[in-house]
Design a binder for this molecule. Structure first.
Ligand code: ZN
Length: 237
């Protein structure tokens, strides 16, 4: 049961704190520290911007976007207007950049969003936009270095699950995942586990969560949505 609770973002008892306050899985923490040292030798100050995020936090983000309390952005960070878009189109615009609660890789403590503090001024706040990581962006050199390490299977066990666009989640050059532990949780979340949570029913620990605001547009298509937005098609697993 413990493993499925972690997969769904319903447990944080397995985590440790990184310097800087981020929470991660212990093995991931050790591997990330090793990667930081390797990056430092290459002239980069590799840092995590976000790591573990629990079910309730992810649910709050998604509900905020669906209900219009949080901006929904495109790949360039531009704010999208709901306008007269049908519910389904608005749902897909949100799902391209945000995971349904219970399906985020950030639930596991194995995944981090990273940036290079050596490439920018001290007061710079990373926005995790593609332009920062592309050629001529401040984090382009770090991205090139890290991608080379990953391609050579020499990145302390990390890989990029969203390295290319397969029509579901948009590419995220900043998102790295510690494969040895993440592999334990991939594919565990099923519609049968997720739907009761999204409906606001108590979880396996008896804790209730806010219902998912976009429930009406995901309920009947949960299987297909997981296939499109959660399963990583085409990557070297
Ligand atoms: Zn991420």
């Amino acid at each position: 049961m413990k493993r499925s609770l972690i997969a769904l973002g319903l447990s944080n008892t397995h985590l440790v704190s990184l310097s800087g306050g981020l929470c991660v899985d212990p093995d991931t923490a050790a591997a990330f520290e090793a990667l930081i040292h390797r990056a430092a030798d290459a002239g980069f100050d590799l840092r995590g911007l976000s790591a573990f995020r629990n079910y309730d936090r992810q649910n709050q983000i998604m509900n905020g976007k669906w209900l219009g309390d949080r901006p929904v952005t495109d790949a360039e960070g531009g704010v999208l207007e709901r306008g007269s878009q049908p519910d389904i189109a608005w749902r897909d615009a949100i799902l391209r950049f945000s995971a349904l609660p219970g399906t985020s890789r950030h639930h596991w403590g194995t995944d981090l969003d990273v940036w290079d503090a050596a490439a920018v001024s001290e007061d710079y706040v990373p926005s995790l936009s593609p332009s920062e990581y592309e050629v001529c962006g401040p984090f382009a050199d770090m991205t090139h270095w890290l991608d080379e390490r990953i391609a050579a299977d020499d990145a302390e066990g990390f890989f990029k699950p969203y390295s290319a666009d397969y029509g579901g989640v948009a590419p995220e050059a900043w998102h790295i995942s510690y494969r040895p532990v993440a592999a334990l949780y991939e594919g565990l979340a099923t519609p049968a586990m997720l739907l009761p949570l999204w409906q606001g029913k108590p979880d396996a620990m008896g804790v209730s969560h806010h219902p998912l605001a976009m429930l009406s547009v995901v309920e009947s298509q949960a299987e297909a949505l997981l296939e499109r937005f959660v399963t990583i098609t085409g990557s070297l697993q």
